[in-house]
Design a protein. Structure first.
Length: 167
């Protein structure tokens, strides 16, 4: 959906800028989400979602960071993904409103899946039969997440720096 949307958006400056910004954002947000999976795998030695649940009670700092990057993945306003998605949609609507509408529906489905995943991993009851090591983020892990947090917020709050470089 996003690639098709980008191809329609590439006919104007908003679409091109949004596409580049979204690619940069995707690099930050996806990397951070993979780091979140790595943190869980490091402790529990499984990537299967069905074994997780209730982590907010034992890993509150992790849950907060995971929530932030889940929201960024959903293109929440104030995050880097929002600006890119918004500019792409503006460009796509100028070219073909039907395709842009379908792409927007795809974004809604992606947001629903992201919330489902977060809810499944963090909320509910703990599953101690499957999960063994309940420790929150250590200082090294927090330090690793900081550049991703700063980058996502900076690109989301002040995208002018990045957009000016593109023009």
């Amino acid at each position: 959906g996003v690639l098709r949307e980008k191809s329609f958006a590439l006919s104007n400056i908003q679409g091109i800028g949004g596409s580049i910004l979204l690619m940069l954002s995707h690099g930050l947000v996806s990397s951070a989400l993979f780091l979140c999976v790595g943190v869980l795998y490091d402790r529990h030695k499984t990537r299967l979602v069905r074994y997780y649940g209730g982590l907010v009670s034992t890993m509150p700092n992790f849950s907060t960071i995971f929530f932030f990057f889940t929201l960024a993945n959903m293109s929440l306003p104030g995050t880097s993904s929002f600006i890119g998605e918004f500019l792409i949609l503006v460009g796509a609507f100028q070219r073909n409103s039907l395709v842009a509408t379908l792409a927007a529906l795809g974004m809604i489905l992606g947001a629903a899946y992201s919330l489902w995943l977060y809810n499944r991993v963090v909320s509910g009851n703990l599953k101690p039969d499957f999960l063994h090591k309940f420790s929150d983020l250590n200082g090294r892990e927090v330090f690793i997440f900081i550049p991703f947090l700063v980058g996502v917020v900076w690109m989301g709050v002040y995208p002018k720096v990045f957009l000016d470089c593109m023009h």
